[in-house]
Ligand binder design. Structure first.
Ligand SMILES: *[C@@H]1O[C@H](CO)[C@@H](O)[C@H](O)[C@H]1NC(C)=O
Ligand SMILES: *[C@@H]1O[C@H](CO)[C@@H](O)[C@H](O)[C@H]1NC(C)=O
Ligand SMILES: *[C@@H]1O[C@H](CO)[C@@H](O)[C@H](O)[C@H]1NC(C)=O
Ligand SMILES: *[C@@H]1O[C@H](CO)[C@@H](O)[C@H](O)[C@H]1NC(C)=O
Ligand SMILES: *[C@@H]1O[C@H](CO)[C@@H](O)[C@H](O)[C@H]1NC(C)=O
Ligand SMILES: *[C@@H]1O[C@H](CO)[C@@H](O)[C@H](O)[C@H]1NC(C)=O
Ligand SMILES: *[C@@H]1O[C@H](CO)[C@@H](O)[C@H](O)[C@H]1NC(C)=O
Ligand SMILES: *[C@@H]1O[C@H](CO)[C@@H](O)[C@H](O)[C@H]1NC(C)=O
Ligand SMILES: *[C@@H]1O[C@H](CO)[C@@H](O)[C@H](O)[C@H]1NC(C)=O
Ligand SMILES: *[C@@H]1O[C@H](CO)[C@@H](O)[C@H](O)[C@H]1NC(C)=O
Ligand SMILES: *[C@@H]1O[C@H](CO)[C@@H](O)[C@H](O)[C@H]1NC(C)=O
Ligand SMILES: *[C@@H]1O[C@H](CO)[C@@H](O)[C@H](O)[C@H]1NC(C)=O
Length: 718
């Protein structure tokens, strides 16, 4: 009664109604016994419901004998006209009925984040009332139709059809009817064709245009320069080519200009770019831009995110970059920049969080001014020609979690580790391919590194032993010490690293036996492992932002790589405990004895390489039950008897077995029933190695770290 009284009171005071919250209006309409939604509205909803194959529980509320203004997800005006339908994230399946287009007062329709399929009814887009239509994150398909350009204007202001399965030629005339359009998001579909030219002549209010992740081609239309209200223009991950037209720089309201991963070329137009003084985000990464960064960039005072990675840019960095004092993210990786980083005064950039200059031609030292960027969380200078010793001031970077110095000419690893240990928030430290021919720091006083999860000191030709201080890195998940000259045994404490699941000590001169504690590594043993530790996210990821889901350490496979050492003795049968292992590589050692039967228990193995040892006896037949095995070699041992058949074994080539004269079996020319004849098999070593590397890299290709930092060494450098 209270609300009824209220509704009565407000009846005559329209002004006050407007100032009342929507919730109150809803309350009023709920309480109003005198009016309810029309029979036609109800019919429209029930038709929509009938079109669903899964209604996510809506039917319980959407009952024919009740007022549809009271139904879940539906909002009515005071006069009981349906104005708003909000049924997002309800798991709806089935198709969208065009009947919703019959709701004459509907202004807001949100069906996003469901599993709706089929087409998008034109009745909704061309409705005479809908101003906001969001059908994003569904499985809608089909094309958007061209309409005659004489179509009368629609009230639609916001259209979000992103993340669906729409395909086909993007319409060009249809937009002419959208005079009121303010925001269009068509990203993450498969639209083809060109970006329409007349967006802003027909929709002068257009402020947001998002066409990312489609198959658009052709040039950036110069007419987009007429979009005086346009604030956000995103068209990354398409096939757009040509130069950025001068006219685009007339769109002076632009705050975000983002065209990563297209085929754009030409120079970065220093004369015109200064028109875009409102730019906050400029992303031209993954194109073919050449030339220098213009000095005038310093006039973009509002710039916070600047991405130019993966282009053909060259020259020195303009010191004017120091004038972009709001910069938080600066990504210049994979270009041909040269000169000194000290050209930029980083102490003018106090908000800098990410600096990535990976894979350029920078020389000199890491500028001291960087160490005053106290908010810096990710610093990657890898694959340049930087030299010198690390400055003690790097420990001023208290927020630093990701540091990559790999593949430069830094010296004095002892100094580096002594300093870095006090970067207490560091989780990822990649310093490999530096410090050539120095000694591995065995200094027992190295502690700290409390949060370190990834340590990569590969390819430094370091001598010495695997040092004891590593045993104190209690959070370590990945350890890469490969390609050094380390001697001595694999330390017995290895299983005390209770989070370690990735260990590569290959290409060293390690001796002794495989310690039993190695078969006790908790992360490789446990099947419940992933639940009890936080999947951490790398601060920096591949330049292809598509791979966002691979930003976590957990996306790496479990690896034990001891290959190319001088390990002797037998493979302990307890190896069968490491059930989580995805890749096991013991190749090129001096291991003897039999292949333990227990290896057949490693059912997650995708890569198994025991080649080039001195193994004897039979191949365990049950290896054919390793269903994920895609790369396998036991070549160059002294194995005998039949090669297992069936399962993955039918896919391996001769080269997997070469160099074991006593083996026989189906893939070999030597059949088991003619064991007398010892054919000398033609060794196809190279075929095998190629296959193995491909399998390995396909395997690791999913990993960000490998993509950027390790594979680059195989595919970029060599
Ligand atoms: C809803 O009820 C009306 C009459 O009360 C009836 O005519 C109509 O068929 C019903 N609709 C559905 C879908 O049951
Ligand atoms: C829309 O309403 C008209 C008139 O009430 C009706 O004839 C038509 O069937 C309705 N369309 C849908 C799809 O419900
Ligand atoms: C639609 O609903 C989703 C989920 O609640 C929300 O994230 C989105 O912003 C809504 N869309 C609009 C245009 O309001
Ligand atoms: C849309 O998807 C459905 C299956 O969900 C399929 O039957 C139909 O052919 C598709 N339509 C188009 C135009 O691709
Ligand atoms: C748009 O840009 C072009 C080329 O930069 C220029 O000639 C033209 O005068 C500009 N038009 C407007 C309206 O500013
Ligand atoms: C930075 O801007 C100031 C004025 O805002 C200007 O005097 C100076 O030359 C600029 N510095 C560079 C390197 O462009
Ligand atoms: C790097 O710089 C050197 C000279 O300093 C030059 O010879 C070389 O071609 C440059 N490399 C790249 C990739 O630009
Ligand atoms: C660092 O970041 C914090 C929180 O994001 C912010 O409050 C602070 O102002 C930043 N410091 C500087 C020097 O920009
Ligand atoms: C370091 O990490 C801790 C915990 O994650 C956090 O509370 C702290 O603010 C970080 N320090 C800095 C300087 O970011
Ligand atoms: C390397 O660093 C250590 C520790 O900072 C220092 O004592 C030593 O002198 C440095 N060595 C060289 C060759 O600079
Ligand atoms: C393989 O695992 C099973 C149980 O998971 C166990 O019973 C068996 O002993 C193991 N085999 C070897 C050879 O370790
Ligand atoms: C392999 O083992 C045999 C005896 O088991 C031994 O004679 C031979 O020297 C070993 N070969 C190598 C390369 O270690």
């Amino acid at each position: 009664m209270q609300s009824l009284h209220f509704s009565f009171k407000t009846h005559n005071t329209e002004l006050r109604i407007r100032s009342l919250g929507l919730a109150l209006v809803l309350l009023i309409s709920l309480a109003s016994p005198t009016s309810s939604c029309t029979e036609q509205e109800k019919t429209s909803f029930l038709r929509f419901l009938a079109g669903l194959s899964w209604d996510g529980g809506l039917a319980a509320s959407w009952r024919n004998n009740t007022d549809c203004c009271k139904w879940e997800g539906i909002t009515c005006r005071q006069d009981s006209m349906v104005t708003k339908v909000m049924v997002a994230s309800r798991g709806l399946e089935g198709h969208i009925s065009e009947s919703l287009g019959n709701l004459t007062g509907l202004q807001y329709l949100n069906l996003s984040h469901n599993s709706l399929s089929g087409g998008l009814p034109l009745e909704l887009v061309s409705s005479n009332s809908i101003t906001v239509l969001d059908v994003s994150f569904n499985q809608l398909n089909g094309t958007l139709h061209e309409l005659p350009s004489s179509t009368p204007a629609w009230p639609l202001q916001v259209l979000n059809i992103s993340s669906n399965l729409f395909a086909g030629q993007f319409p060009s005339t249809t937009w002419k009817a959208m005079e009121n359009l303010i925001a269009l998001n068509a990203s993450n579909n498969s639209f083809t064709g060109q970006i329409p030219t007349h967006f802003c002549s027909s929709s002068p209010s257009l402020a947001v245009l998002d066409l990312r992740l489609n198959k658009f081609s052709g040039n950036i239309p110069k007419e987009l320069g007429d979009c005086s209200k346009l604030r956000e223009l995103r068209a990354g991950y398409n096939n757009i080519s040509g130069q950025v037209p001068d006219e685009l720089f007339n769109a002076t309201s632009l705050e975000c200009l983002s065209f990563p991963n297209n085929d754009l070329n030409g120079l970065i137009d220093g004369a015109h770019i200064t028109n875009l003084r409102n730019l906050v985000t400029l992303d031209l990464g993954g194109n073919n831009f050449s030339g220098k960064i213009p000095d005038s960039i310093g006039q973009l005072k509002k710039l916070e995110e600047f991405h130019l990675d993966n282009n053909n840019l060259s020259g020195e960095l303009p010191s004017a970059l120091s004038n972009c004092t709001n910069l938080a993210v600066l990504v210049l990786s994979s270009n041909k920049f040269s000169g000194q980083l000290t050209k930029v005064n980083f102490s003018n950039l106090p908000n800098l969080r990410t600096l990535d200059v990976y894979y350029n031609n920078f020389t000199g030292t890491v500028p001291e001014s960087i160490y005053s960027c106290s908010n810096l969380t990710a610093l990657r200078v890898s694959t340049n020609k930087l030299d010198g010793q690390l400055s003690p001031r790097i420990s001023d970077l208290k927020s630093l979690t990701f540091l990559s110095l790999s593949t430069n000419r830094f010296r004095n690893i002892t100094n580096a580790l002594q300093i870095l240990k006090s970067c207490r928030n560091l989780t990822t430290l990649l310093i490999g391919d530096n410090f050539k021919q120095e000694f591995m720091t065995e200094d027992d006083r190295i502690d700290g590194f409390e949060k370190l999860q990834v340590l990569d000191i590969e390819d430094c030709q370091l001598s010495g032993k695997i040092p004891l201080w590593i045993s104190r890195l209690t959070n370590l998940e990945m350890l890469l010490l490969n390609r050094n000259r380390l001697t001595g045994p694999i330390p017995g404490w290895i299983n005390s690293l209770s989070h370690l699941f990735y260990m590569d000590v290959s290409n060293n001169s390690l001796t002794g036996q495989i310690p039993l504690t190695l078969t006790e590594m908790p992360m490789l043993k446990s099947t419940y492992s992933t639940t009890h530790w936080n999947p951490s996210v790398f601060e920096l990821t591949v330049n292809s932002g598509l791979s966002l889901q691979y930003r976590t350490i957990t996306s790496f496979p479990s690896v034990l790589n001891l290959s190319n050492n001088n390990l002797a003795g037998v493979i302990p049968p307890q190896i069968g405990q490491l059930k989580m292992l995805g890749a096991l590589d013991f190749s090129f050692n001096k291991l003897s004895g039999q292949i333990p039967q227990a290896i057949c228990n490693l059912t997650n193995l995708q890569v198994l390489d025991l080649s080039n040892n001195n193994l004897t006896g039979d191949i365990p037949a049950a290896l054919n039950s390793l269903h994920f095995l895609s790369a396998f070699s036991i070549s160059n041992n002294d194995l005998q008897g039949p090669i297992p058949s069936g399962g993955q074994f039918n896919t391996f080539q001769n080269s997997s077995f070469d160099g074991n004269p006593k083996l026989c079996g189906s893939v070999l020319t030597q059949k088991c029933n003619s064991a007398e004849e010892h054919h000398i098999l033609s060794a196809k070593q190279t075929d095998y190695k190629v296959a193995f590397v491909v399998a390995f890299s396909a395997f690791f290709g999913v990993g960000v770290l490998y993509d950027q930092l390790v594979l680059s060494r195989y595919f970029v450098k060599s």
